[in-house]
Ligand binder design. Structure first.
Ligand code: SF4
Length: 383
C-alpha cells in the first residue's frame, strides 16, 4: 500500500471544505512576513508558506525576489532548461469545461500514429531539443501503454529525457513506461478544491477527485525520476491552492525520495469555446510572481516550470526570479510542428517565439539555456 495524501488533505481542510486558511492568511501582518524572510530560505513549513502567500506579503515581493534569485543560482546555477511538448492526440473522453479538447467540443480531432509522432519528434530534435514531453488527451484506446512503450523505444536514443503528460494510468502501467525509458510524469491536480473540481470536470474518468489525488503517489511508487505537480490557475483561489499544492509536494518528497518534484504554473488560457473571462479566480502577474517566489523560498531544490502559455515579456522577467525550466517554440496541437494548416489546439500559446529566440533571450540575461537533461546522463553513467 502506498502512503496516502488524501487523508492529510482532508484533515487539513485543504480540499476546500472550509475557509479557515483564507481567514488565517488575511490575519498575517507585515511583522510576520519580515520574520519569515529573516529566516534562512529554502525549507518548507506550512506556516512559512502561508505567510509568504498571504496578501500582506505582496508588499515584500522585491525582497522575496532577491532571496529567490540567490537561492536558485546556488542550487541550479545560472541555467534555464528548455523542453518541447509533443502533442499526440486531441480525442478525449472527458468533459473538462476549461479545455479545447473537451469531448463536448465538436471540432475535428486528430491523433498521431507512432510513425507520425516519431516524424514530429524528428522536427523537434532538429531544433536542438533533447528533453521531450509527450502530451495527450485521454484517448485510452489509441494512446495507451503499448503505444507509449513503442514510442519510447523509438525515441529514447534521440532524447536525453522523455516525459509524459497524459491521462491517469494504473500504477503498473507507469512502471512499464518507466522501464521503457519514460522518466518523468507531469500530473496536475487542476484544483484541490473538491467542489470546484466537480464544477469543471463534468464527465469521464477524470471527474473522480479522489482517484486524481492518488495519482502522484502511484507514479512515485514506481520510482519515476521526475514528477511535475500543478494546479490550473484561475479555477479557485490561488492562495489556498498553493497551500494544498505545496503540502502535496512536501508529502511526496518525504515518502518518495527517489522522485524529484517540480511545480508548474499553468494559468488558464483561451481555447476553442473557452473564454478566460468566464473564470472568477484568474490571477494577475503580481499574484503569479508571488506564488513562484513563495514556493522557491520554501523548496530550494524544486524545479519551477513555466510554459509558453505566458506572454514573452512576462517569461523574460521570470528568468531571474526562480524559474528553472521553460518550454519554447511549442505547438499544442497534434502534428503541429510539421503541418501547414493548424488543427485544434488544447489552448492558445502566447509566447510564439522560436526555441532559438527564447535561448537568445536567456543568454542576453547572462543565463545559459540547457537543452540536454544532464541528470539523466549522469544517472545512466552511474548505472
Ligand atoms: S484537460 Fe485533459 S482530460 Fe480534460 S478535456 Fe482536456 S485533454 Fe481531456
Amino acid at each position: 500500500m502506498n502512503p496516502s495524501f488524501l487523508p492529510i488533505l482532508e484533515d487539513l481542510r485543504l480540499d476546500g471544505t472550509d475557509g479557515r486558511w483564507a481567514d488565517r492568511m488575511a490575519d498575517v501582518t507585515p511583522q510576520d512576513v519580515e520574520g519569515a524572510l529573516a529566516r534562512p530560505p529554502g525549507r518548507y513549513s506550512f506556516d512559512r508558506l502561508l505567510i509568504l502567500v498571504s496578501p500582506a506579503a505582496q508588499a515584500y515581493l522585491e525582497a522575496m525576489a532577491q532571496q529567490s534569485h540567490r537561492l536558485t543560482i546556488q542550487r541550479f546555477g545560472k541555467t534555464i532548461s528548455l523542453f518541447a511538448p509533443l502533442y499526440l492526440s486531441s480525442h478525449c473522453c472527458n468533459i473538462c469545461t476549461y479545455c479545447g479538447f473537451s469531448s463536448e467540443s465538436k471540432t475535428e480531432r486528430k491523433r498521431l500514429s507512432v510513425d507520425e509522432a516519431v516524424a514530429e519528434a524528428d522536427i523537434v530534435a532538429a531544433e536542438g531539443f533533447s528533453d521531450l514531453l509527450l502530451v495527450s488527451s485521454e484517448d485510452r484506446h489509441a494512446v495507451n501503454t503499448p503505444y507509449l512503450v513503442e514510442l519510447a523505444h523509438r525515441l529514447r536514443d534521440r532524447f536525453s529525457s522523455l516525459s509524459i503528460e497524459i491521462q491517469q494510468l494504473r500504477q503498473e502501467e507507469y512502471a512499464r513506461l518507466f522501464a521503457a525509458g519514460i522518466e518523468g510524469v507531469t500530473f496536475y491536480q487542476e484544483s484541490y478544491d473538491r467542489v470546484v473540481y466537480g464544477q469543471y470536470h463534468l464527465a469521464g474518468p477524470k471527474a473522480d477527485y479522489d482517484r486524481r489525488v492518488r495519482g502522484p503517489e502511484e507514479i512515485a511508487a514506481t520510482g519515476m525520476r521526475r514528477i511535475g505537480l500543478g494546479v490550473l490557475l484561475g479555477l479557485a483561489n490561488w492562495r489556498e491552492e498553493t497551500l494544498a499544492l505545496a503540502e502535496h509536494g512536501a508529502f511526496l518528497m518525504k515518502h518518495f525520495c527517489r522522485s524529484q518534484i517540480s511545480f508548474s504554473f499553468p494559468r488558464l488560457r483561451p481555447a476553442q469555446d473557452v473564454e478566460s473571462q468566464q473564470f472568477q479566480h484568474l490571477l494577475g502577474d503580481r499574484d503569479l510572481v508571488q506564488m513562484i517566489l513563495a514556493l522557491r523560498l520554501c523548496f530550494a531544490d524544486a524545479g519551477l516550470v513555466m510554459s509558453t502559455r505566458e506572454p514573452a515579456a512576462f517569461r523574460d522577467a521570470l528568468v531571474k526570479l526562480g524559474v528553472t525550466k521553460m518550454s519554447a517554440g511549442s505547438k499544442t496541437n497534434p502534428g503541429g510542428y510539421g503541418e501547414e494548416t493548424p488543427s485544434l489546439e488544447q489552448f492558445s500559446v502566447d509566447d510564439q517565439r522560436s526555441a532559438g529566440e527564447v535561448a537568445a533571450m536567456i543568454r542576453s540575461q547572462g543565463f545559459e539555456s540547457v537543452w540536454k537533461d544532464w541528470d539523466a546522463a549522469f544517472a545512466a553513467a552511474g548505472g
